[in-house]
Write a protein that binds this ligand. Structure first.
Ligand code: S3P
Length: 167
């Protein structure tokens, strides 16, 4: 039984939707960011601040390898995890990968004021511009993912239902 891997930009609801998909299918759910935080004993924001982004990306790559060797899981990735094509290939070996898409204005409504996202760390007037720029920069990477669900106007439950139908 292949893993179902849920990815997409920050704020698209990967963790909430992933949990709902796992519950619908009676599968085990793994949240990559939570597992990394648990193993490191510190939140993602501190991993970035104390050890740097490259260190965090290495943890992500190692975890992609580890999880893709397992089966039957529903996995929510961090928003940047599958931007690295090697990680996407890895996840695709044992899994169906689905990307949650969302319009920038709605993403801004959801995460514009969040405190715990190091990729949007600076809380200045340019924050929306940086969110939009990062989204644009990552668009080609997300476009490589085979399955997409646009969650802009969907509740987490509706998104989970659509994923289960689509896969
Ligand atoms: C990141 C997204 C975060 C987390 C880290 C880096 C990114 O996860 O993995 O802060 O590069 O987009 P969420 O997408 O769950 O916020």
């Amino acid at each position: 039984m292949k893993n179902i891997v849920i990815t997409g930009f920050m704020g698209t609801g990967k963790s909430t939707v992933g949990q709902l998909v796992a519950a619908r299918l009676g599968r085990e759910f793994v949240d990559m960011d939570s597992l990394i935080e648990q193993r490191e004993g510190r939140p993602i924001s501190r991993i970035f601040a104390e050890s740097g982004e490259a260190y965090f990306r290495q943890l992500e790559a190692d975890l992609c390898r580890e999880l893709s060797a397992r089966a039957g899981l529903v996995i929510a990735t961090g928003g940047g995890a599958l931007v690295n094509p090697a990680n996407l290939r890895q996840m695709e070996t044992g899994g169906l990968v689905v990307c949650l898409d969302c319009q920038p204005d709605e993403l801004w409504r959801r995460i514009g004021h969040s405190e715990d996202r190091p990729m949007l760390a600076e809380r200045d007037a340019d924050r929306f511009a940086r969110l939009a720029a990062l989204l644009e920069q990552r668009a080609p990477a997300y476009a490589r993912i085979p399955h997409h669900v646009d969650v802009t106007h969907l509740s987490p439950d509706e998104a989970a239902a659509q994923i289960c139908r689509q896969l």
